[in-house]
Ligand binder design. Structure first.
Ligand code: SF4
Ligand code: SF4
Length: 166
């Protein structure tokens, strides 16, 4: 192969490669844009999928009732000690001793959002919220207590109606 033929072949290869690159660039240029202008669009077009796991929360009814029986199954299911269920034994009106939730501690800083805790809960007392703006300057602020102050266990008959966020 003489040098002229080699030159023509190389020229053809590089021109072809240039057109392939340009075609890709034009395709991307004309594609519908998906860039989110965050945080400017926070209250307008920002869409966070409902099932996005951003933070664990305890379900509370409007009357400040929760559904946690302090069984500790979520704590046991958690792979990295993110949950600590603090409970105490109390006597009810009939004199029966019952375990009662005191504090439901959750460390957002170490949660890996695996949802094993939610799956383990027999009472659907906890769930994930998609509220993702949880950045803080001090790590301690990620240590949260999920049961609201003054909240109590819902009576057995009470159904979950219009649960409000903790
Ligand atoms: S989502 Fe996973 S890591 Fe986070 S608290 Fe639940 S079990 Fe633990
Ligand atoms: S949140 Fe559910 S699994 Fe965890 S202690 Fe309460 S009832 Fe048990």
């Amino acid at each position: 192969m003489n040098s002229f033929t080699k030159y023509v072949k190389r020229y053809w290869r590089s021109t072809k490669s240039l057109w392939v690159g340009l075609r890709t660039s034009m395709k991307v240029f004309l594609r519908k844009k998906v860039t989110e202008e965050y945080p400017e669009n926070r209250h307008t077009t920002l869409h966070i999928p409902e099932r996005h796991r951003a933070m664990l929360e305890m379900v509370h009814e409007a009357d400040n009732h929760h559904h946690c029986i302090a069984c500790g199954l979520c704590q046991m299911a958690c792979p990295n000690g993110t949950i600590r269920v603090v409970s105490e034994m109390k006597e009810d009106a009939e004199g029966k001793k019952k375990r009662v939730l005191v504090r439901y501690e959750y460390d957002l800083g170490s949660c890996v959002f695996c949802q094993l805790c939610v799956n383990a809960c027999p009472h659907d007392a906890i769930r994930f919220t998609n509220e993702f703006e949880n950045a803080v300057f001090e790590r301690e602020k990620l240590h949260l207590v999920l049961n609201r102050e003054g909240s109590t266990l819902a009576p057995p008959a009470e159904k979950k109606t219009n649960p409000v966020k903790a």
